[in-house]
Design a binder for this molecule. Structure first.
Ligand code: ATP
Ligand code: MG
Length: 234
């Protein structure tokens, strides 16, 4: 479904992604793991065209999307839940959801989508009128996931969904991602909580210093002690 082929991405003169290739098949959960600064967020931003690639290809259903603008990529069915969540200040939970729907094919089904948010994210149900930025960290993460999910993407790129959350909530977020997957959405996940991420993933890639160092079945990577010491600091 999504194929990244040998991409190179720069910040100014700094050559951050050095020939990254990875693939995500339809209905998979794939995790990209690696230590701080390895290039995980840059990989997601490159797929989205937020940090455009200098060379290489990004194929979505065999169409090269690497030169499309970000909104064109999102319209193709690729949703992004960024590390920083980006809840819009001054807007209620309901308005944050409406704004996300505005550019999606679900824009005329607003009320139905808001009902679905209430159904899948009961914590948000009673908070639709509350200002989005006044939600707790865990609630904001649910809002960020809901916002992306209800644009009906084919694939969601999710960057560090458990960052800053208490351990109890890590399990909740894992369950939400599994629910999203059961709804038929493919997932490319970046996560520091390697055990959680690999526990719910089919396959994984390990990135270090802007290069994919290895890939394989998630469980095999999780149990590989050398990978753990060398690349993951666990
Ligand atoms: N806007 C930027 N300008 C210059 N360098 C950047 C920029 N964003 C990221 N970098 C650098 O690119 C490298 C990869 O960063 P990236 O954010 O992709 O790492 P990451 O794997 O997501 O790390 P983390 O786990 O800390 O989120 C780092 O060395 C970082 O300092
Ligand atoms: Mg990051």
């Amino acid at each position: 479904m999504l194929r990244v082929e040998n991409i190179n991405t720069y910040y100014g003169l700094s050559h951050v992604l050095q020939g990254v290739s990875l693939e995500v098949d339809s209905r998979e959960i794939v995790t990209l793991v690696g230590r701080n600064g390895a290039g995980k967020t840059t990989t997601l931003k490159s797929i989205l065209g937020i940090t455009p690639v200098k060379s290489g290809k990004i194929l979505f259903h065999d169409t090269d999307i690497s030169s499309l603008p970000t909104h064109g990529i999102v319209q193709k069915g690729i949703a992004y839940v960024p590390e920083e969540r980006r809840i819009i200040p001054g807007l209620s939970v309901r308005e944050n959801i409406k704004l996300a729907l505005l550019k999606s094919k679900n824009r005329r089904r607003e009320e139905e989508m808001i009902d679905r948010v209430a159904q899948y994210f009961p914590v948000l149900k009673d908070r639709l009128g509350q200002e989005g930025t006044s939600l707790s960290g865990g609630e904001q993460q649910r809002l960020a996931l809901a916002r992306a999910l209800f644009t009906d993407p084919e694939i969601m790129l999710i960057d560090e969904p458990t960052e800053g959350l208490m351990p109890l909530l890590v399990e909740t977020i894992a369950e939400i991602i599994q629910t999203i997957h059961r709804m038929g959405v493919t997932v490319l996940l970046v996560e520091q909580n390697v055990e959680m991420a690999l526990g719910i993933s089919h396959r994984a890639y390990v990135i270090d210093e802007g290069r994919i160092q290895m890939s394989g079945e998630a469980k095999a990577i999780l149990s590989d002690e050398q990978v753990a010491c060398q690349y993951l600091a666990i």
